[in-house]
Design a protein around this ligand. Structure first.
Ligand SMILES: [Zn+2]
Length: 196
């Protein structure tokens, strides 16, 4: 085979391998004494765990391996979460949170990445979350949150699935249907990113 041709095929092979992960590390934000955003009895830690379990089910049904940083209401330090994020190869890391803003007017969904390697994954998840939920698109943003900064072995993103501080979003997110739509969006975004 001519050298240029074999080089070309090798590049194609590498390109095809870029998104060939088989494991999804899901990180439900907060837990235990850390409630996260909280209004009345609505706690971010519960919403995040429930949404993460729904995503876990959808991804497992689609044939992907799923690792959960927590599967119960326990506190895990941020360093422990990013250590799990770095502990697997051929993986991606998705941290799931609900949002809060002073005054309560903030609304909609947004997805964060820190390193460039997470940008495309963030864009896919954000697009599918918006499509499934019909919520306001706050876009893909860059931030220095610990879990996505310190998870460097794998593409890493952090999703904010609506505002606990916003009365109408809070009233919607306490129903399973809202969290189902968000979970569908996250799972579909992950699967579309993988198939690209
Ligand atoms: Zn949070």
């Amino acid at each position: 085979m001519p050298r240029t041709c074999s080089t070309f095929l090798f590049i194609l092979f590498l390109a095809a391998r870029i998104h060939a992960f088989d494991t999804v590390i899901l990180d439900a934000g907060h837990g235990g004494h850390d409630r996260g955003a909280a209004i009345g009895h609505v706690y971010e830690k519960h919403l995040a765990l429930d949404t993460t379990r729904r995503v876990q089910q959808l991804l497992t049904s689609a044939g992907l391996k799923v690792v959960m940083t927590r599967n119960t209401d326990v506190f895990i330090p941020l360093q422990g979460r990013s250590a799990i994020g770095n502990s697997r190869s051929n993986a991606i890391f998705v941290s799931i949170h609900y949002n809060h803003s002073r005054g309560g007017s903030g609304h909609g969904i947004e997805t964060f990445h820190c390193h460039r390697t997470g940008y495309q994954l963030a864009a896919y998840i954000q697009a599918y979350m918006v499509k499934e939920s019909g919520l306001q698109n706050r876009g893909v943003k860059r931030a220095n949150f610990h879990v996505i900064r310190a998870t460097t072995n794998n593409p890493a993103v952090l999703v904010e699935c609506g505002f606990v501080s916003n009365r109408s979003e809070r009233n919607a997110m306490i129903a399973g249907n809202y969290r189902n739509q968000i979970a569908e969006g996250i799972a579909k975004g992950i699967i579309a990113y993988r198939q690209k």
